[in-house]
Design a protein around this ligand. Structure first.
Ligand SMILES: Cc1cc2nc3c(=O)[nH]c(=O)nc-3n(C[C@H](O)[C@H](O)[C@H](O)COP(=O)(O)OP(=O)(O)OC[C@H]3O[C@@H](n4cnc5c(N)ncnc54)[C@H](O)[C@@H]3O)c2cc1C
Ligand code: FES
Length: 275
């Protein structure tokens, strides 16, 4: 059993929980995830580790309230426990050591995953810009944490209610047009956002890593549920990823597979839940 030591409701669609899991906290690196199960009847769901506290032996996760399991998770209170927490899973994000400048782009809840990637580069003394995009001011998360772990934070919202108005892709294009040079771009967020970022970076010949979120079942490479096509080859995101070369990913195939359950719930990863 794994005890929830802290719970914070970030906004109407996002929650943050800290869970006591010393073995995972000790080993986890940026980009890795856990698979959790609330009780014996529960589904397994993957969530990325936003940060760990090795001394306290805790991992912190940020999740969007999107369907049955995430809504049930929101009813597990501080001091209560969940049944299973498996991890850290997945290949850690490759953190550059010698780049002149990297850009980490987060969209919506993807900023919970972008934050540890930016922080790891910042702690490696690699200059890092972050473009953090949200639907509107109510959905802004982790602003202070990201700001204190990057050189420049460019905050944008769809409606301009916080930061600049517009999409992360417009801000990236603007920076590149102004002559900012990036050795490596990381994009984490809605699939369509990652696809559009890759179209821009391909034109500028910038290496681009994306973090893919296909539907996962076991999370250990046995079921094939998370298969994605990268460079014409089938890969399993849970063991081969979740990070891949964005210029090789078949995004349209991923969008099609991830919409398989849309007749049950329709989701918008920038923040809204539709039923
Ligand atoms: C490696 C990885 C890391 C992830 N990290 C995070 C994270 O840090 N925070 C977070 O909020 N979410 C994250 N996700 C997505 C998260 O796992 C799903 O939102 C969750 O499983 C939904 O479970 P549910 O039972 O609440 O919703 P369900 O009832 O299972 O689904 C509700 C809706 O969400 C869609 N959906 C389910 N799983 C996914 C998915 N993987 N990608 C896109 N749409 C999906 C369904 O098609 C359906 O439309 C991650 C996914 C992966 C693969
Ligand atoms: S989730 Fe089963 S193979 Fe990846």
């Amino acid at each position: 059993m794994f005890t929830i030591t802290k719970r914070v409701r970030l906004n109407s669609c996002l929650s943050q929980i800290t869970i006591s899991a010393p073995a995972i906290a000790h080993k986890a690196l940026a980009g890795q995830f856990v698979v959790l199960r609330i009780d014996e009847k529960g589904e397994r769901i993957p969530l990325t580790i936003s940060w760990c506290d090795k001394h306290q032996g805790t991992v912190t996760l940020i999740y969007q309230l999107i369907g049955n399991t995430t809504k049930q998770l929101d009813t597990v209170m501080e001091g209560d426990s969940i049944l299973d927490l498996v991890g850290p899973l997945g290949v850690p994000t490759h953190i550059d050591s010698y780049a002149d400048r990297v850009c980490v782009i987060g969209g919506g809840v993807g900023n919970a995953i972008a934050y540890p990637v930016a922080k790891a580069h910042f702690n490696n003394d690699v200059p890092v810009d972050v473009i953090a995009g949200y639907k509107n001011a109510d959905f802004v998360i982790l602003e202070d944490k990201i700001r204190s772990h990057c050189d420049n934070l460019y905050l944008v919202t769809d409606d301009g209610s916080a930061g600049d108005k517009g999409f992360v892709t417009a801000k990236l294009s603007q920076l590149l047009d102004e002559g900012v040079k990036y050795d490596h771009v990381f994009a984490i967020g809605p699939i369509i956002m990652m696809k559009k970022v890759c179209e821009i970076t391909a034109k500028h010949n910038i290496k681009t890593t994306v973090s893919l979120n296909p539907i996962m079942v076991d999370g250990i490479g046995m079921c094939g549920g998370c298969r994605v096509v990268v460079g014409g080859q089938v890969k399993f995101a849970c063991v081969d990823g979740p990070d891949f070369d964005g210029h090789l990913v078949d995004f349209d195939g991923l969008i099609s597979r991830n919409s398989m359950y849309d007749n049950v719930h329709k989701c918008n990863l920038t923040g809204e839940v539709h039923k």
